[in-house]
Write a protein that binds this ligand. Structure first.
Ligand code: AMP
Ligand code: ZN
Length: 116
């Protein structure tokens, strides 16, 4: 996906504040954090959204969730965090490359977030 923002970040063509990387997954700070801790975890391979995944994507999706707790702890949210995956028009997905938001910090995130 030549023009996809997060593919460009995965390829290193656009800078990001990376916090984790392996062969399949990349995590970096959200450029416009909604909370003191706001990370994005993406598959390096382009997947548009949760609405387009298939069975073969299960391993990478699992990996994205398995590292969430560790990243949240390392980045300053040791007592829990919230995971959000905005999907499609109704879910207000702005970047069309699947990403998991990890939000948290020292204080509770509250019952709902106004903007993610
Ligand atoms: P969503 O509405 O779930 O598609 O959220 C997209 C998120 O990507 C927003 O929270 C943006 O702040 C974030 N974002 C957009 N561009 C960048 C970038 N270049 N680096 C890091 N985060 C970004
Ligand atoms: Zn992409």
């Amino acid at each position: 996906m030549d023009d996809c923002l997060f593919c460009k970040i995965a390829r290193g063509e656009i800078p990001a504040r990376k916090v984790y990387e392996d062969n399949d997954v990349l995590a970096f700070h959200d450029i416009n954090p909604a909370r003191p801790v706001h990370l994005l975890v993406i598959p390096k391979r382009h997947i548009t959204s949760l609405a387009t995944v298939s069975e073969s994507d299960a391993p990478v999706l699992g990996k994205m969730l398995v590292i969430a707790d560790r990243l949240a702890r390392e980045q300053g949210s040791p007592d829990g965090f919230r995971v959000i995956i905005n999907t499609g028009r109704i879910g207000h997905q702005e970047v069309q490359h699947l990403h998991v938001h990890i939000v948290g910090g020292p204080d509770p995130v509250g019952p709902m977030l106004k903007r993610i």
